[in-house]
Design a protein around this ligand. Structure first.
Ligand code: 5AD
Ligand code: SF4
Length: 445
């Protein structure tokens, strides 16, 4: 049997796309493999968000060129596909820079992979169109679903933050219909999926066609997915503060399946920097929004994204970010040094912050965020929680899963508990995971 190796970089939507590409190749008779050496097709699903992510692809392509040559000597053909956001952003430039590449395909065209691969036998192929047809209508059924699954409900972004490539690589905001999302979710549930994470670059701007033909928001969509038998948990990511409407905040109070965890990127705590980033909200507005969300769902765990060293950021402005983090308290967060991206407005600015200053600020911010994360984990010790078991654990006899607040937990239980909700008492906080003990239902109640 022919084999396909698919590697994904970047965000959860890329992970979703990578899985769907594996489905397309599966339908074409390619079995998935983890070993790149034995792959007849290699797909790199790339990320363009920061320079580091984008450059990784070229070093990987250098290695693949050697591998492709070795396989050829052994009489084996290897097709190399570059997909994802670098493909979208750089198109045929990739062919010029990386001679081993056969196909370049953007995030909206990967349903055409079989045809593109066939054409690549004659000539090298680039497809970075935003096609009129909807790729979702052309994708085969999903395989390998597991217990917790991502589901793309919205793609693209109309916000144009000054640092960000997403509006260019993923295009304008498009929402799938409630019917399309619930149909995919129902199939996942039938196959044993218990938790669905609704994903979109700007998921809380979701505005798809509702079941009644009108327009539905993310709160409506969440209600529709929560009504599907078997779906016990719903999450969504990633969101913009300005799209946290009252109905969505209320959904956190009213829909039991909507988990008490929210990833809400703020990027900076300085009003001047926020304005330069074109975020269209202030630090104070973000704080007030968090208050309202906490009023609706007091135990909600918060997560965020931060950029340090945006052009022109002063020490005092960076301190505003530190203060915002200290005041709000995050369960987890991602933080990055600003990386200028070609084609974005901020890339043209001449007041870049020196690399060494960015590094210092990042280290200070990450130290604070780490302290908050550990404090959150330690505070969970002694609590009784519900774990959705996802897989076997690192040690024999153990399984691993997540709490409603998205904390990883390991505990002793048979593998047959995978896919079940288990009451667990947290007994210890490790570096990256909590350890617990299953509690009999009667005791937990
Ligand atoms: N430089 C650094 N970080 C960036 N992000 C997006 N663009 C850039 C950039 N040019 C970060 C933001 C965003 C997350 C997905 O990546 O924090 O929320
Ligand atoms: Fe990276 Fe953004 Fe593309 Fe996701 S959408 S892969 S984060 S550039």
């Amino acid at each position: 049997m022919k084999k396909a190796f698919v590697r994904s970089y970047g965000c959860q939507m890329n992970a979703y796309d990578a899985a769907r590409m594996a489905d397309v190749l599966g339908q074409e008779g390619y079995a998935a493999t983890d070993s790149v050496e034995e792959a007849d097709i290699v797909v790199l699903n790339t990320c363009h968000i920061r320079e580091k992510a984008a450059e990784k692809v070229y070093s990987e392509l250098g290695r693949l060129r050697v591998l492709k040559g070795e396989r050829k000597l052994a009489g084996q053909d290897t097709r190399i596909v570059v997909a994802g956001c670098v493909a979208q952003a750089e198109g045929s430039e990739i062919l010029a820079r990386a001679p081993a590449v056969d196909v370049v395909v953007g995030p909206q065209s990967y349903h055409r992979l079989p045809e593109l691969l066939a054409r690549s036998r004659e000539t090298r192929v680039v497809d970075t169109e935003f096609p009129v047809e909807d790729k979702f209508d052309h994708l085969p059924a999903r395989r390998n679903k597991g217990v917790s699954a991502f589901l793309t409900v919205q793609e693209g972004c109309d916000k144009f933050c000054a640092f960000c490539v997403v509006p260019y690589t993923r295009g304008a905001e498009v929402s799938r219909s409630v019917a399309a999302v619930t149909a995919e979710a129902a199939k996942l549930a039938e196959a044993g999926v218990r938790e669905i994470t609704l994903i979109g670059q700007n998921v809380n701007a979701y505005h798809g066609e509702g079941l009644d033909g009108g327009s539905a928001g993310l709160a409506d969509l969440t209600r529709a997915v929560a009504a599907i038998p078997g779906i016990g948990r719903i999450r969504y990511t990633t969101s913009h503060p300005n799209d946290m409407g009252e109905d969505l905040i209320r959904a956190h109070a009213e829909i039991p399946a909507l988990m008490p965890y929210l990833h809400l990127p703020v990027q900076s705590g300085s009003d001047r920097v926020l304005q330069a980033m074109n975020r269209k909200h202030t630090g104070e507005q973000y704080r007030r929004l968090i208050e309202r969300i906490r009023a609706a769902r007091p135990d909600i765990a918060l997560s965020s994204d931060f950029i340090v060293g945006f052009p022109g950021e002063t020490e005092a402005e960076f301190e505003d970010t530190m203060r915002l983090v200290a005041d709000i308290g995050f369960q987890s967060a991602f933080s990055f040094k600003y990386s200028p991206r070609p084609g974005t407005p901020a890339a043209d600015r001449e007041d870049a912050v020196p690399e060494s200053v960015k590094s210092e600020r990042l280290a200070a911010l990450q130290a604070l965020l780490d302290r908050q994360r550990h404090a959150y984990q330690n505070a969970a010790v002694g609590s009784l929680t519900e774990v959705l078991v996802e897989k076997v654990g690192r040690h024999p006899g153990q399984v691993a899963g997540k709490t409603p607040h998205l904390l990883a937990v390991q505990f002793e239980a048979p593998a047959s508990s995978i896919g079940r909700f288990v009451a667990v008492r947290i007994v210890e906080a490790g570096a990256n995971s909590l350890f617990g003990e299953a509690v009999p239902r009667a005791e937990a109640a």
